[in-house]
Ligand binder design. Structure first.
Ligand SMILES: Cc1cc2nc3c(=O)[nH]c(=O)nc-3n(C[C@H](O)[C@H](O)[C@H](O)COP(=O)(O)OP(=O)(O)OC[C@H]3O[C@@H](n4cnc5c(N)ncnc54)[C@H](O)[C@@H]3O)c2cc1C
Length: 245
């Protein structure tokens, strides 16, 4: 039986591993399908203290793992399928095998929240995306009208970033004002390339027949009036859901 099992090997999981390893608890870190977590997918991380020139995301995570291992953390490839927290010790099922532990740290990250449309799923990576920094500079989005869905800080950040490439960014929000922090909201609304579409939701992403994004069908939440707007990309920024399922 283990003393500590940590689900997830992103920066949260490996930080937990470093601290529990230094407390001589010999933690087991289960990597899941993405060893090193989301940061391994980015090139330069510019906001991690101690690296004035920035550091490659993959390298940063490799270093975090080595640091935790140096104090006794055991990093194992494995995905947790279920946990029984009903009695102590806890029992985990990892790739079909049971694993018992006295304590459990869940650091399994979060996934992008989806709109829940069939067309959204079918057109993902064909114009539908969840990350402006990852995809915004792609040729298919350059000098094209783009749609950002959402009204919080993330949506504002995505919209502002996309103004570098898009001809215009339509910010579709279901309320009549942004939920973002004041400074972000002011910056967003002051940008001449960002055009808010208030009180509206996306009900369909077009065009499945062409197998790429050509526009969105919108519905006004009060009048129920439908409209169609052309765009080359839809950036969904409506929050995250924890990977705890
Ligand atoms: C392209 C990109 C660039 C980014 N750039 C920056 C940046 O420059 N600066 C910054 O501060 N942030 C950046 N971020 C955000 C940053 O990556 C996240 O905030 C951070 O990775 C969250 O860490 P985490 O450990 O909570 O989760 P994650 O990194 O998501 O790690 C989750 C871990 O849990 C594991 N897991 C999930 N489910 C299971 C399971 N059932 N069993 C076992 N393991 C499981 C996964 O395999 C993974 O190892 C960026 C994100 C992306 C996508």
């Amino acid at each position: 039986m283990e003393q500590v099992v940590i689900i997830g090997s992103g920066c949260a999981g490996l930080t937990a591993a470093l601290y529990t390893a230094r407390a001589n608890l010999t933690p087991v870190v289960l990597t899941g399908l993405m060893p090193g977590g989301l940061l391994t997918t980015t090139s330069v991380v510019e906001n991690f203290p101690g690296f004035p020139e920035g550091i490659d995301g993959f390298e940063l995570m490799t270093r975090m793992q080595k640091q935790a291992e140096r104090f006794g953390a055991k990093v194992r490839f494995g995905t947790v399928e279920s946990v029984d927290l009903g009695r102590s010790p806890f029992t985990l099922t990892v790739d079909g095998e049971p694993l018992q532990t006295q304590t459990l740290i869940i650091a399994s990250g979060a996934s992008h929240r989806k709109l829940g449309l069939k067309s959204e799923d079918l057109l993902e990576k064909k114009g539908v995306t969840y990350c402006a920094t990852c995809d915004g500079a792609l040729p298919m989005f350059r000098h094209q009208p783009l749609v950002v869905v959402g009204g919080g800080d993330s949506a504002c950040e995505e919209a502002l970033y996309l103004t570098r490439f898009a001809s215009v960014v339509h910010l579709v929000h279901r309320r009549d004002r942004l939920r973002a922090s004041r400074i972000m909201a002011e910056r967003t609304l002051a940008n001449p390339k960002i055009k808010p579409i208030w009180n509206s939701v996306v009900t369909e992403i077009l065009d499945l027949k062409k197998d790429k994004v050509t526009g969105v069908r919108l519905e006004h939440v009060q009048t129920r009036q439908q409209s169609v707007g052309g765009c080359a990309g839809v950036f969904v920024a409506i929050g995250h859901v924890p990977n705890t399922h």
